[in-house]
Design a protein around this ligand. Structure first.
Ligand code: KIV
Length: 262
């Protein structure tokens, strides 16, 4: 896949599918899947490193996880997340981060927000790096938003979201993630911008859908917002396999003769 194919999918009404990956082994499995795009999200700080929010993600953290994913998902389009404040300290620092993520194996970078960022997005795009926008609930602004709250629930907020999405498009982004916004607002944005919208908790009237891999797999049962659907019982699967190993080892039935070197 490439940026033109994502645009073609929107134009033809074909749903774009995306998920996250943070490591080599899951990326290798996703490489054989039907998914159109992998996002190495800064959610890695929460999902893999156990932080309470995404503010703990750093350029070094993102770079390492992108490199691991790129080694596993050799045939997929990989988007790398620009971490907290990495694109708010001037052009030079931004481009330093972009360079590290792209050299690690990303095919595009994603950054949250647009206010005060138009020139940064334009410069990144003009430098030959595709940019994905991210609007609505932007987790890096969790404290300014007063928590992880659904966004754009009324007419004024929807209009503002649509305006921001148009500015993301005008700055040259190839797509935009809409996170945790009302379905009405997401539909409006999807109709008003030409670039693909990828929704997470944004209803079904977006050009694509993304879910965090660990949520798809059912590995995050402590935290289940309304928009998440577990497509597998990952937690039970792991517990069952690990418990069976422990039980068989204790019972002396593992390893068997066939699993032992003579
Ligand atoms: O960090 C993340 O997981 C994201 C998702 C919206 C893909 O940004």
């Amino acid at each position: 896949m490439n940026v033109f194919q994502f645009q073609a999918m929107k134009n033809e009404g074909r749903i774009i599918t995306a998920t996250t990956a943070y490591d080599y082994w899951s990326a290798k499995i996703l490489n054989d899947s039907e998914i159109d795009m992998i996002i190495v999200g800064d959610s890695v700080a929460m999902v893999v490193h156990g932080h309470p929010n995404t503010l703990a993600a750093t350029t070094a953290m993102m770079e390492m996880h992108i490199a691991a994913v790129a080694r596993g998902a050799t045939d997929k389009f990989i988007v790398g997340d620009m971490p907290f404040l990495s694109f708010r300290k001037g052009l030079s620092e931004t481009m330093h981060c972009v360079e590290r993520l792209m050299r690690a194996g990303a095919h595009a970078v994603k950054l949250e927000g647009i206010d005060g960022l138009e020139d940064i997005v334009k410069h990144t795009v003009d430098s030959g790096v595709p940019v994905m926008g991210h609007l609505g609930l932007t987790p890096q602004s969790v404290h300014a938003l007063g928590g992880m709250k659904v966004q754009a629930r009324d007419e004024d907020a929807s209009a503002l979201l649509a305006d921001r999405a148009k500015r993301v498009e005008d700055a040259g982004a190839f797509s935009v993630v809409l996170e945790c916004v009302s379905a009405t607002a997401a539909r409006r944005v999807t109709e008003e911008v030409s670039i693909p919208t990828i929704g997470i908790g944004a209803g079904k009237h977006t050009d694509g859908q993304v879910l965090v891999l660990h949520d798809i797999l059912g590995f995050n049962t402590d935290f289940k917002p309304k928009f998440v659907r577990n497509f597998a019982g990952g937690e039970e699967f792991v517990l069952d396999a690990v418990n069976r190993f422990a039980q068989e080892a204790r019972a002396g039935t593992f390893p068997a003769k066939a699993e032992t070197y003579s």
